[in-house]
Every structure is written in C-alpha cells, then in structure tokens.
Write a protein that binds this ligand. Structure first.
Ligand SMILES: *[C@@H]1O[C@H](CO)[C@@H](O)[C@H](O)[C@H]1NC(C)=O
Ligand SMILES: *[C@@H]1O[C@H](CO)[C@@H](O)[C@H](O)[C@H]1NC(C)=O
Ligand SMILES: *[C@@H]1O[C@H](CO)[C@@H](O)[C@H](O)[C@H]1NC(C)=O
Length: 887
C-alpha cells in the first residue's frame, strides 16, 4: 500500500583515503573560498540527475551522478541512495575513466559467495543496509585515483499506487555538497489523460518556488527542477546546500469509465477505479493493546488518533472497542451505531483508556471477531456493509495463547475470510512477521507505526485509507482459457481514492483483444461492468508518446506478480513455500529485479583493491531502528535512549544528529553513583557498583558493574530497590518483594512495574518517565564474573529541565560537531575532534551494546567515545557523582 517514492542521494567523502567509513551529518564548518566551494575533501560532484519516466503508473527512475577526484591522492567516493521499499533495483553500473563496470543480478546465496570471495582478496566495501520508514539504502563506494572521474548509474522500477485519489512520487534529495549540475526531471505519460499535477518540496523556499517548472496537457506531464549553484546555497556566500528534504510529485488521471485496459505485445494491464459510487456503511472493530508497555506517549497518541477517528465515523457506521492488557475489556457487548450520543459516549471511553497488564492479544482478537460474527449472524448490521477489524499492538502476545502459530490458526478459523484484518504494529517491539502473516492470510495487511511525534497521524492516516469502502467482494473475470499468469483478481473491499490493478499475459501471443467483466457489491445493489479493448486502440492511445519503454506492461506484470508471490510466500510453509520461492527467483532473474531473493553484485576493478559491493532488499519484518552490516559508522535511525550497562558504559543518543556519544566511568566497588536526579518530579536513580568475584591485582583494570539500583520518588514516598536477585518496593511503610523468577505486572498510584521473568523489568513512575532494567546473568560457576544490571531510560522528556546526574544531565538537548576524522591507533576505529559545550575533545569511533532486546548478544550502537571518564563531556569530574547511599 506504500504509494510514495522516496529517494535520497548523498555523496559523502571522509577525510582519509583508505578507509570505508561513511559519516553523515558531519558538516565541514571550515570556511572555503568561493572557487573551492564545489570541491569537498578533494572531490567535486559535477552532476547529479534524477530522471524519472512514468508510463501508465509504472515508473522507471535513473539516478546518475558524476564525480571527479580533484586531489592529488586516491580517494574513496561514495554513492549512497535511498530507494522506496516498494521499488526494485534493476540496474547499476560504475564508469571509471571511460570503462564501465556493470552490476549483475544473482541469486542471493550465489551473490553472497561472490561478494565474500572478492572481499577476502581485498578490503571490505562500504556496505550498509539500513531501513527507514519508507526507504532502504543502497551504498557503493569506489577508490579512484587522482584526477580520475567516476559515474554511477542506478535504475529502479516501481508501480505507483493510487491513494486518496492521487498517484504520488516522493523524492527526497540530499546531495550534501554543492553540485554544478543538479536536476530532477519527471516525465509522465498517462493514456487516460492527466487531470492534475503538483510538485512541492520541503526544502523549497520562496526563492526556489519558481525553479520548479511544471507543465501538463492531455496525456503528458513534465516536471523539472534544476537549481543553479547559487540557488543551491543556504545563503549568498555559503557553501552548504539547501537541497535536503522531500520532493513530491502527485497526479491523477481522467476517469470517464471505471475501467482502463491496455494491451501491448501479448500482455495486458487492467486498471479499475470507479468513482461517484455511494459509500458502503461499515462495521469497525478496534482491537487495542493497552498493556503496560503502551504507557506514556504511545497510549496518548493512540487516544488522540481514536478521538480524531471518532470525528470521522459516519452516522450509518457501527463500531466498538476491544481493549486488551492481561484481561480483555469491551466497551459494549455489541456493535454500536454511530449516533451522536453514542459517539459522545465513545469519546469519554477513549479519553479514559489507560494502560495495564501484559499482552493478551489472542483474547482481544477473538473477542473482536466474536462480536463481529454475532452482529452478522443476528442480522444486526445491514447486509450491504463492509466489516473491518483494525488491531493495534506494540508488543508480543504473552497472556492467554501466546504461541503465534496457534493464534493465527484460531484467528483464521474464526474470521473465515469474511472481513479483512489490518494489523498495526507500534514500534519495534512487535513480532512484525507474525502480524504480517496473520493480516495477509485474512485478506488485510500489516503496517508499522513508527514511534515518533507523528504516530497519531500515522494511525489516523491508516484509518483514512480504509474508511471509505465503495464496493465489497470485487471479482474481475477474464476469459479463463485465454489468460496465463493472472495476478490477484478478487478483492474484499474497494476503497474510494484507490485503484485495483490486474495484469496477465495471453496464452496466444497473437491475441490482441480482451473482454473483462467486473462484479462487486455496492451500497444499494450488485454492480457489474463490462469492458472490451484491443491492441490497436491501445497503440492509438500511446501514439504521441515518445519515450515509451516498450515492454512496460510486461515489466509491470512481472513487478505485480513478484510482489504478490512474495506476499503469499510470507505466510506459506513447506512445499508451497519452496514452489513460491522458485517462482519468484525465476522471475526476478529473468526480469533483473533485486528482490528479497536476489542481490546485485558489483565487482570493482582489480586496480583498485578488488572491492565488491552488494545490494540486497530487506522486508519490513527485518527492519529495525538500526540494521547494519559493516562498517559500523552509519546510523540510519536514531536510537532514542540513554543507558548505562556493562562495566559501566554510558550511551547518550543524540537524536537530531542520528548518532550517539558514549563514555565509561571507572570507580571502586561499593561506590554509589548518582545517575538521575530531578528535583522537580522528585525522581532519583542511584546505582551501587560491584566488582568481579576476585579483585584484580591491577587496580586500574578492575571491572565494575551495577549490582544494585535504587529508584525513588520522594513526593510519592516510593522506593524501588533492584538487585540481580530481587526487586523490593517500599511504599511508605509498606514493603513488597519479588524475585527475578516472577512474572509480575503491578500497577499502583504513580507506579507501573512489569517484571519479565529473568529478563528485564519495565518501570514507569509519576508522569510517565520510564526505565528498563536489564538483568545480566552469567554462568553461576563463572570464576570471575557475577550477575549485574543495566539501566535504560525511555521517555526522559517526562523529567524536568533541571534533571542532573551522570545520565540525567543528557536529557536536555545536546549538540556536537565532528571535525578532522583521522586514523587512530586502532585501524578500525578512527579518531576525530568533537566540538561540544565549547570544548574540543579527542574522541574515537566505536560502538557499545544495547541489551534491551537481546540480553545475551545485544545490538551494536555506533557512537563517539569520550575518553577519561567522560572528561569534558560530563559536568564537573566523575568523582562529583559519588553519593553516600542508594536513597
Ligand atoms: C544497465 O546500465 C548500463 C549502463 O547504462 C547499460 O549499458 C546496460 O545496458 C543496462 N542494462 C540493462 C539490462 O538495462
Ligand atoms: C560575499 O563575499 C564577497 C567577497 O568576499 C563580499 O564582498 C560580499 O559582501 C559577501 N556577501 C555577503 C552577503 O556576505
Ligand atoms: C510444487 O511444484 C511441484 C512441481 O511443479 C508440484 O508437483 C507440486 O504439486 C507443487 N506443490 C504445491 C504445494 O504447490
């Protein structure tokens, strides 16, 4: 359903030649002369062009970038592009001094072997995989000689989907330096005729507005954006580029008939989008996760979105809310009509939704389905009405039935294909693969809601997509014995503003006409449409088009077929899955698409270290805030937290830099350190250090860990003590204790505490500041190490501006600049100068572990390491933070 197209280009050249490090957001703040504006670290980008051609919704985009090494030594040049997740790369090549090195599409395993072989001969290439909201990254780097030129060319293809009445292309550009020749050029050809065409950019200032040239008439549309060098500057004499943001193209086509059929070279495509039909009333069940982990921002955003949704519910709709924590609560026992009185009551209910307990997803789902089934059985809702289940969760089922396979079986059996199920996964704690499988096998889809300030809008936006059903049970019939390779041709619902696309090929390549029947249940009666088309009519409709890529219908068919087979494969098992895999692989290789089963291998010329690059495609289920392979320098999405773990390593995330700072503190076992101290909310967190079982003879290399944490809220007279053995809560004079073997959800005035047996505990206090304490268990008979604790703070914005302590002082926005990256003592970890708090510190690139998800192995978080107990970074010196006791 992703209809947006996003691509982001950045060419970034580190200040040293032989390494494969890519650092974003490192601005060179040094002043340069005007003439040298174009050359950054020896590299000039002569041109960058994004050329996009769209024929009948099928887009082929070619990105070309040319760079020259103006320095007098070899330099590594990076070509780093973000592509829409829904796009497939189809070609890539590099041309160095006139010689072209092409990329080859291979089966993933074969590609991997080839890549590893190349790597074993030389250095690893600048290889990064990262997944953002709508994009995935493609990176290639090449080492080029002084005065050499390199041209990168990347092609990708995508079917633009219609949403809210428009096809949308979303282009995000970020060249990171001034480019002599910069151009975006979009040509659209739509045989039905174009009715509107818009282009806008988030970085477009008033001055740049008229640089966007836009024309369209009848079937053709054209957009060009070609800022001069001066127009690219952030100010008259600045050498920084304003080109940093999203460029969006939107259009729609004329619809005199609901159908549009196109036939070319033995393939056909059928677009179906009726307009002006009355809407079907709908019956919506919202199944909402209210478990403890939703507390704070997530539940606030959910309430906000639900309130907006209630404003949009139509008076002939029916609806209900099912909430699940450890228990399942229903708002009403039945579906309720959306009368003004009922909506008012629903608003009150939604405002009162609060979090509690664990995640009984199974119970919530089954209750929702039961209520919807009963409504249909009792004929309580209109016969012609569209029923929808929308489920929102941020976690994994752990109460009731928690085996996801079993949940899927039960849910599928209960729904029986009667209603589409839409699963919304809030954040990265969900088992997205499970949500996706369950949605797909129930005629719906899964969507990730990204934890951000706009999460409520994302939720609401999803509702808007499915809030206007116009037809149910849409079946598109094609003469059976004439067609092969038909893509999906039956759809549970058709939503206003969208479009159904079906493609296929003729059994007889010479066949040149086709008759199609479409049937669907409308609000008042059964609707049917018949259309006939032949190849000559299509050819006539296309005669004015100069740039047609002749095989576009065939490629569109292949694209759609692969996309749908991959979807089917998601929930398939055994032989069926093997067959689907073989089919997708076959088509991907034949049509040269980089899909999750294929890779593109680029072997760089022998002369330049025999490096290799590889482009893979990821699925949303594999996406995480940070997904990386070597090198560890690129952080695509910020890890929004501060933490202290290990012997003790502190990690401070700096979201606006999409990066992190880290440091260690070395004190003695028995010392208590002040981690967080907020005089306004009264919350303090202190930690007591323990050492290894035997003291190390060398006092300087003595390892220390947190063995005891004390979390208190003095206004609530509440103290929580956590050790690696037990958790004690003291509320006034009342004392409660648990061990790590308990699974507990505790909710009381001002405190929510969830113990995930032998793993971690989540604690929210007062206004919503929350902490995760991770239990690290070492082997009981380990000669040296003992169990210890890690502390992660989330939602630290809930604490006041006056918060201090080793972690607390970093809850306020902090900024830094990195300069002069240069090789350090460890070849894998370069040093750099960090400007922070008006000081210059020498820092080292490294990484620390985030153990929240995986307490055994952790996830690497790349960061800039500040030496000497955080000297210069922390206020005062580290010994200032030693306090006398835990509370
Ligand atoms: C890939 O791009 C290269 C360079 O433009 C071109 O020579 C080649 O024909 C393209 N391959 C395909 C399959 O389009
Ligand atoms: C830009 O630089 C030129 C030459 O250095 C100078 O004369 C001019 O005043 C500067 N303009 C601005 C707006 O700073
Ligand atoms: C898989 O493919 C084989 C060979 O084409 C076929 O015989 C078999 O029935 C297929 N199995 C399934 C489960 O589709």
């Amino acid at each position: 359903m992703e209809s947006r197209l996003l691509l982001c280009i950045l060419l970034s050249i580190p200040a040293f030649a032989s390494s494969d490090l890519l650092v974003t957001h490192v601005r060179n703040i040094k002043k340069r002369n005007a003439e040298n504006d174009l050359v950054v670290n020896g590299i000039e980008i002569c041109s960058m062009k994004i050329d996009s051609k769209v024929t009948s919704r099928f887009a082929r985009n070619v990105i070309t970038s040319r760079a020259v090494n103006r320095g007098n030594v070899h330099k590594e040049v990076f070509f780093d592009v973000e592509l829409p997740k829904t796009a497939f790369i189809t070609n890539f090549s590099m041309t160095i001094d006139g010689v072209t090195y092409p990329g080859y599409i291979k089966e993933k395993e074969a590609a991997k072997q080839e890549y590893e072989k190349a790597v074993s001969k030389g250095q690893t290439a600048g290889l990064v995989k990262a997944s953002g909201r709508k994009t995935e990254k493609f990176t290639v780097s090449v080492n080029i000689a002084a005065a050499s030129k390199v041209t990168f060319e990347l092609t990708y293809e995508e079917l633009l989907k219609r949403q809210f009445g428009k096809y949308e292309m979303f282009i995000k550009v970020k060249p990171k330096q001034l480019v002599k020749d910069f151009e975006i050029d979009v040509s659209i050809f739509e045989p039905q005729g174009i009715t509107e065409l818009e282009a806008e950019g988030t970085f477009i200032t008033n001055d740049l507005q008229n640089v966007i040239k836009k024309t369209f008439s009848d079937k053709k549309g054209h957009i060009s954006f070609k800022p001069t060098l001066d127009q690219q500057r952030t100010c008259a004499n600045c050498s920084q580029s304003v080109l940093d943001g999203d460029f969006t193209v939107k259009y729609d086509v004329k619809r005199t008939t609901p159908d549009n059929l196109q036939i070319v070279n033995g393939y056909f495509v059928h677009f179906f989008a009726p307009t002006n039909l009355p809407q079907l009333p709908k019956n919506i069940i919202f199944v909402i996760d209210i478990s403890g982990s939703m507390s704070g921002r997530e539940i606030e955003q959910t309430r906000e979105a639900l309130l907006k949704i209630l404003d949009d519910i139509r008076d002939d709709d029916f609806f209900n809310f099912i909430l699940f924590g450890s228990d399942v609560h229903t708002w009403k026992e039945k579906l309720i009509k959306a009368t003004p009185e009922n909506l008012d009551e629903a608003r009150k209910f939604v405002r009162g939704i609060d979090t509690k307990g664990m995640t009984n997803l199974y119970g919530g789902m089954m209750k929702g389905i039961e209520i919807l089934n009963a409504a249909h059985e009792e004929k309580f809702v209109p016969k012609r009405s569209a029923s929808i289940i929308i489920m929102l969760t941020d976690g994994q089922p752990n109460v009731g039935i928690s085996n996801t396979e079993d949940i899927r079986t039960h849910v599928k059996k209960a729904i029986e294909g009667k209603y589409p199920l839409y699963n919304l996964g809030f954040g990265y704690g969900v088992d997205y693969g499970f949500l996706e499988k369950m949605a797909l096998e129930n005629k719906g889809l899964a969507r990730r809601i990204y934890p951000d300030s706009d999460s409520a809008l994302q939720l609401q936006g999803f509702y808007d997509e499915v809030s206007n059903p116009m037809l149910m049970d849409v079946e598109l019939h094609y003469p059976e014995n004439e067609i092969l390779g038909l893509t999906k041709n039956s759809f549970k619902h058709f939503y206003d503003g969208s479009e159904i696309v079906v493609a296929g090929r003729f059994a007889d390549i010479n066949q040149n006409s086709l008759t199609v029947d479409v049937k669907g249940e409308g609000a008042n009666d059964v609707l049917s449409f018949t259309t006939q088309q032949d190849a000559e009519q299509t050819a006539k409709a296309f005669q004015e088009q100069e740039y047609i890529f002749g095989d576009y219908i065939e490629r569109l068919w292949a694209y759609l077929t692969i996309e749908q087979l991959l979807e089917k494969r998601t929930a398939a098992t055994g032989e069926e899955k093997e067959n689907l895999t073989a089919e997708v692989l076959d088509l991907s290789l034949k049509y040269k698409f980089v899909t999750p089963l294929t890779s593109m291998v680029v072997t760089k010329p022998e002369d330049y270290d025999n490096q290799a690059g590889i482009a893979d495609k990821m699925t949303e289920a594999q996406a995480a805030p940070v997904v990386m392979q070597a090198p560890p320098l690129y952080l695509s999405r910020p890890a929004w937290f501060t933490s202290v773990d290990g012997d003790p390593h502190f990690i401070i995330s700096v979201p606006q830099k999409e990066d992190a700072i880290c440091f260690n503190i070395n004190e003695k076992p028995g010392d208590v350190l002040s981690l967080i101290n907020d005089p306004v909310t009264g919350i303090t967190v202190n930690g007591e250090l323990i050492g290894d079982k035997r003291a190390n003879s060398d006092a300087n290399s003595q390892n220390t860990y947190f063995g005891k944490l004390g979390i208190a809220n003095k206004y609530l007279n509440l103290k929580v003590t956590v050790t690696s053995e037990k958790i004690t809560i003291q509320n006034g004079n009342e004392k409660t204790a648990f061990t790590w073997l308990d699974s507990v959800t505790l909710q009381q005035e001002g405190l929510t505490l969830i113990i995930n047996k032998e793993k971690n505990l989540v604690l929210s206090m007062g206004g919503g500041a929350s902490f995760v304490i991770v239990l690290h268990q070492v082997w009981k008979k380990h000669p040296l190490h003992q169990d210890f604790l890690g502390l992660y703070t989330l939602k630290s914005h809930k604490l006041s501006e006056q918060t201090h302590g080793l972690l607390g002082q970093f809850f306020h926005p902090i900024d830094f600049t990195i300069l002069e990256i240069h090789p350090g003592s460890d070849p894998k970890k370069p040093d750099a100068t960090m400007i922070i708090k008006n000081k210059e510190l020498t820092v080292t690139r490294g990484w620390q572990k985030d153990y929240r998800k995986d307490p055994k192995h952790g996830v690497d978080i790349p960061c800039w390491f500040v030496h000497n107990n955080g000297a210069g970074l922390i206020d005062g010196v580290h010994t200032d933070y030693i306090v006398s006791s835990l509370f």
